[in-house]
Design a protein. Structure first.
Length: 295
């Protein structure tokens, strides 16, 4: 294959440049350049339209859940502000004198889907992994087999001396993630996200930055809950003290002396009721919180 492409224009600088539709069509039909799932209708003026394959990777989930499958007739959902790496339906095989560039489609630009512009080096073979990001505020779907990116091929003046030697097929595994470049979150509450299914759901819908906002909301909610319990208990205790003071004053100034023993017992009973109710409310709150999922 490589010899066929190189020999046609060997040492002819006038033939270097971007391949046009007739070049792509000829090479694709002969099983060169685009070696699998070549589709004539995807050949355009000076580029080929790459389509959504059956594998994609989500970056905002656990590593074990990152690789996901999409079946024919199904679609990928890209949530707001989410990055997704889509594996192309096509496989390509670049000879050492062909460079490929990947661009986005204007139709998808208009709804916020932006593919990361990239190149495929001479010598690359396999499925391409194209990362797209949704910059809109709404979820967007990409159908299986839908054209979502463009690839143009440029014939170089001569073959490169060091062809591409890295990973060749992103359908099996994605490139290593540079986790050492990721800074820690402003609020480090791993269990808050890890064990909170609601937060995971909302983060997927509205984008990863939302989880920091939700962390603050949940932390504030917990603080308010603790504060409310303290306030209620304090009010109950204050009410008991007030009732006891008023009762003591009444027993010495208003209530006849023969009724003082009975009145005092009644006042003591009434005074203790707010404290008991406050303690019971505190116990219920504590029991309710312990039965919920730990954040």
């Amino acid at each position: 294959m490589e010899e066929n492409i190189q020999n046609n224009h060997h040492n002819n600088e006038k033939q270097s440049g971007i391949l046009v539709d007739s070049d792509i069509l000829q090479l694709g039909k002969s099983g060169h350049l685009i070696t699998k799932n070549f589709e004539e209708s995807c050949v355009q003026q000076a580029y080929y339209e790459l389509r959504v394959g059956d594998i994609f990777y989500r970056h905002a989930v656990d590593e074990t859940e990152r690789r996901q499958i999409v079946k024919p007739g199904d679609h990928i959902i890209v949530h707001p502000h989410e990055f997704v790496t889509v594996i192309t339906l096509e496989t390509i095989a670049l000879p050492t004198n062909i460079l490929a560039r990947v661009f986005g489609k204007t139709r998808l630009f208009s709804i916020g889907i932006i593919p990361v512009t990239n190149i495929a080096d001479p010598g690359f073979e396999g499925h391409l992994g194209i990362t797209v990001m949704n910059l809109s505020g709404r979820s967007v779907k990409l159908d299986y087999g839908e054209a979502f990116a463009k690839i143009e091929f440029e014939r170089l003046r001569k073959p490169v001396s060091k062809p591409y030697k890295g990973p060749h097929n992103y359908a099996h595994a994605l490139w290593p993630m540079p986790t050492q470049n990721i800074l820690p979150r402003r609020i480090d509450q791993k269990n808050l996200i890890k064990n909170n299914s609601k937060m995971k759901e909302e983060t997927m819908l509205f984008g990863e930055p939302l989880d920091i906002f939700l962390e603050k909301i949940l932390s504030l909610e917990a603080l308010i809950s603790r504060t409310n319990v303290k306030i209620i208990f304090s009010i109950g205790l204050a009410s008991s003290i007030i009732v006891y003071i008023v009762g003591a004053w009444a027993s010495t100034t208003i209530v006849p002396s023969e009724l003082n023993p009975s009145f005092s017992k009644i006042i003591e009973t009434i005074a203790i009721i707010p404290v008991i109710l406050s303690a019971y409310n505190w116990w219920r709150k504590r029991k309710s919180n312990s039965s919920k999922t730990n954040y």
